[in-house]
Design a protein around this ligand. Structure first.
Ligand code: EPU
Length: 402
């Protein structure tokens, strides 16, 4: 089973095409809805974007005809905020709708705004929009109170075309941040320290085009690895990057699962005796919040009790009531969920609420007795490419009925 390119990499990479009038070519682009939402948004800003069936995207922002990201698009995809940094870098002007609340939490963008102000931008909130402008952007030291992935990416893009040096402190270390830095360097940016908490960017006058291949999606890989664990082994995940999965694989080894880890593959072997393990979500290299819901399904099917502590988002347990309806024994208390396993799951009609919650319901449905129908499945299509085809190729009985 092959893993697709990372959704959370391709979105900032596409946004970075705004930084140059030259052509940017991306390979290993996943054909997921968020990519097409970003294509639409960039199109409205004047960027020509094509995405082939084979997953090659060509983007060219010869001329930027609008600097406004409208509410209609931003509300369907929060990652639209990524055009804030790139528009400021290139045009010194941007108007981006505030994303508003979301199914997994409040998700403010104050750190993006503070960062731009540190670079000398004038930023005002008006009628639900962040309006930013600057005569010049000047490098500065930006300390993030909270580690923010897209905030770090936005500041890297704005600072790449600022005057002088910017240092980002308490920066996100996620592989997707490193992937963006890698492409920005190909475009001529001077960036070092990405992948650590201190990223140094020396601004340049101009960036050029580049060709870049998107890293494999570690969350898709993790979701299939959990499926392999639930199945009791016998599954091999190819074209992934095991070093991006350390926290997950370590935790699963503690639970009792065994793996054969290659350079670009993970084979899930039959487990020894498995026992529930507590888990706390953390920024990378910690256990990803985007894998919390899927891990919880595994815990419902593993003997013992475990506490899952969600520390990144305040409302990321929307899958819990649905899993309980399928027979899971879970109690929540604020950001903590107590899971008691193993309880048999039974098929039910359930509702998807966000991308990763939906993935957990697919996993639960595949290992439940009887039929499960998942409503609002469009959430899954935002970030998983052909999930039902991939699971079918592994022998699962799953079909899209609408
Ligand atoms: N935060 C603030 N202020 C800000 C920005 C963030 O307080 O200005 C807080 C958030 O509320 C949250 C924490 O900081 O509590 C971390 O949020 P972060 O900014 O890192 O999240 P993000 O950049 O909006 C990205 C991914 C998410 C993933 C998170 C955490 C993309 C496009 N999205 O979101 O992916 O969960 O990082 O790793 O990269 C998903 O793919 O399903 C998904 C939600």
């Amino acid at each position: 089973m092959r893993i697709s390119g990372a959704k959370n990499s391709v979105l900032p990479l596409m946004a970075a095409s705004l930084l140059t009038s030259d052509r940017v070519v991306l390979r290993n682009v996943p054909r997921v809805w968020d990519v097409f939402t970003m294509k639409k948004l960039l199109g409205q800003l004047g960027v020509s974007v094509t995405v082939t069936e084979e997953g090659t995207a060509e983007l060219q922002a010869s001329e930027i005809t609008s600097r406004r990201a409208p509410y209609e698009l931003v509300r369907t995809m929060r990652a639209s905020i990524l055009v804030l940094g790139s528009l400021m870098g290139r045009c010194r002007e941007a108007s981006v709708s505030l994303p508003g609340g979301c199914a997994i939490g409040d998700r403010p963008v104050n750190l993006h705004i503070n960062g731009l102000k540190k670079l000398g931008a004038n930023v005002e909130l008006d009628k639900g929009y962040v309006n930013a402008s600057a005569a010049t952007l000047t490098g500065s030291e930006i300390y993030f109170d909270t580690i923010t992935v897209t905030g770090t990416e936005n500041m890297m893009m704005a600072a790449a075309l600022a005057e002088g040096e910017t240092v980002l402190l308490n920066a996100a270390c996620e592989p997707e941040v490193v992937d963006l830095a890698d492409m920005l360097r190909k475009m001529g940016a001077i960036i070092e320290g990405d992948g650590t908490a201190a990223v140094r960017i020396r601004g340049v006058k101009k960036l050029s085009g580049a060709e870049h291949s998107v890293i494999p999606d570690r969350i898709e890989a993790g979701t299939f690895i959990i499926a392999g664990c639930l199945a009791g082994g016998g599954l091999k995940i190819a074209d992934c990057c095991p070093s991006h999965l350390d926290a997950l694989l370590d935790k699963l080894k503690d639970v009792g699962h065994t793996f054969d880890i290659g350079d670009n593959s993970v084979a899930i072997l039959p487990p020894g005796k498995s026992v529930c393990q507590d888990m706390t979500t953390r920024p990378y290299p910690g256990f990803a919040t985007d894998m919390q819901a899927q891990y919880m399904v595994l815990m419902t099917q593993t003997a013992g009790s475990s506490v899952i502590d969600e520390t990144i988002f305040e409302n990321r347990f929307m899958h819990v009531p649905e899993l309980k309806r399928m027979g899971a024994d879970i109690r929540t208390d604020g950001g903590k969920a107590m899971v008691r396993g193993a309880t048999p799951l039974t098929g039910a009609n359930v509702m998807a609420t966000d991308l990763r919650a939906s993935a957990s319901l697919v996993l639960a449905g595949l290992f439940a007795e009887g039929e499960t129908i998942i409503d609002r499945v469009y959430h899954i299509d935002r970030g998983y490419e052909k999930i039902e085809e991939k699971f079918r190729s592994l022998g699962a009985s799953i079909e899209r009925i609408k």
